[in-house]
Design a binder for this molecule. Structure first.
Ligand SMILES: Nc1nc2c(ncn2[C@@H]2O[C@H](COP(=O)(O)OP(=O)(O)OP(=O)(O)O)[C@@H](O)[C@H]2O)c(=O)[nH]1
Ligand SMILES: [Mg+2]
Length: 374
């Protein structure tokens, strides 16, 4: 399962957001380092297509796709040198697929700490960059020595030098202008600032109107710095970073309401629409270039995650490795077409279910059944 790590300064609202996303009971409290050990939970990926297919098939069970969320302890200036919880959080970040920066933008006299999200961003980026610098410097020295004997290290050496220059300026690698090949060469070092980033700007409950403005302000930080630094590099920041503003406190309160109608009424009452958590999870999902295929039947309808570009057998493997090993064919139809026809059997009778082979590249929203032989 793909993993998201919540990273930010103390009191930014990470644990509150974690609770809202996972329905968890992590301690959220107005003092620094309320979280010492990471909380790990599962957030489901909302998907209207699944709900409608389940309704069509009268499925007894509905299983959403899910992502794992890790609430990591607060990070402070000097963390890379051992301040606060020190390097403990770094190990936790190394294990995630994407990083969620939680930046505080709410004012509250009862909650200590700065409330300027740009200041939060600066500290978070600097600490992560310094941690990466340590790793890169070490490897660079080693690679320089080795490259005297081994010429094949030239490209890696170049990548390390570009990385080293950016990190020495306190600039994270997602805006260092690295090419895709250079990124791949650095992948074995599990660097922190090569991960994709989702930014959550946490605005106050009286500041909901300012959400678009808060989002634009943070996005501009990434955009400008990205353009200047990468000089039109193929790794645009847009595909690596996305920014979402929300009031975590209100979203968390809404999330505790179990009755969906009541919850929708509360969100509507505050003008929050479907709520920001849905938007956030969907956006996190897309950031990692993940897609969904669906299976549906009277027993179960289910959403499955796959990496964009996966073939039919690879998708089958998400369900069971046997399905991939013994893959013969996939029966495929787009979810909308299936829904319009009204049932899998009818679609089959009308010849609307396609038979696809092992080279078929799965599309988002495909409804599939696999034929296999083990
Ligand atoms: N007013 C207001 N308070 C908030 C908001 N979000 C979080 N808080 C409060 O801020 C305090 C800190 O929130 P947490 O979720 O514990 O923050 P954290 O980032 O997990 O903090 P650490 O674990 O110490 O790093 C709690 O008392 C929350 O209730 C918000 O949007 N508005
Ligand atoms: Mg916390």
């Amino acid at each position: 399962m793909e993993r998201f790590g919540l990273v930010g300064l103390p009191n930014a609202g990470k644990s509150s957001l974690y609770n809202a996303l996972t329905g968890g009971g992590a301690l959220a409290a107005p003092y620094a380092f309320a979280t010492k050990n990471p909380n790990i939970g599962v957030a489901r990926v909302p998907d209207e297509r699944l709900d409608r297919l389940a309704e069509m098939s009268k499925s007894k069970n509905v299983v959403h796709a899910a992502v794992e969320v890790v609430d990591i302890g607060g990070l402070v200036e000097g963390a890379s040198k051992g301040e606060g919880l020190g390097n403990r959080f770094l190990a936790n970040i190394r294990e995630v697929d994407a990083v969620v920066f939680v930046l505080r933008s709410f004012e509250d006299d009862d909650v200590p700490g700065p409330s300027d999200p740009i200041e939060h961003l600066r500290i978070v980026e600097l600490e992560l960059a310094l941690a990466d610098l340590e790793t890169v410097e070490k490897r660079l020295k080693q690679a320089e020595r080795q490259s005297k004997l081994d010429r094949s290290l030239g490209d890696e050496l170049d990548a390390l030098r570009v990385a080293n220059a950016a990190l020495s300026d306190g600039r994270p690698l997602y805006r260092a202008g690295l090419t895709a090949d250079q990124r791949a060469l650095l992948a074995p070092y599990f660097l922190l600032t090569t991960r994709r980033v989702l930014v959550v700007v946490n605005v106050g409950e009286d500041d909901l109107d300012s959400i678009p403005e808060a989002e634009a302000r943070i996005a501009a930080e990434f955009g400008q710095a990205g353009d200047a630094a990468s000089g039109g590099s193929p790794i645009g920041t847009a595909e690596h970073v996305s920014v979402i503003g929300m009031c975590v406190q209100l979203e968390a309160e809404a999330a505790t309401i179990t009755d969906p109608v009541e919850r929708a009424e509360m969100l509507e009452g505050f003008g929050l629409g479907e709520g920001a958590l849905f938007r956030m999870v969907r956006s996190a999902y897309h950031l990692l270039d993940l897609r969904t295929f669906l299976t549906t039947g009277d027993k179960e309808s289910r959403a499955w995650t796959f990496l964009n570009g996966s073939t039919a057998p690879q998708c089958a493997g998400r369900i069971h490795t046997d399905f991939q090993r013994g893959f013969i064919k996939a029966e495929v139809i787009d979810w909308q077409e299936l829904l319009a026809i009204g049932s899998w059997t009818k679609a089959k009778d009308r010849g609307k279910i396609r038979l696809e082979g092992k080279d078929y590249v799965a599309q988002d929203g495909d409804v599939m059944e696999f034929r296999f032989n083990v």
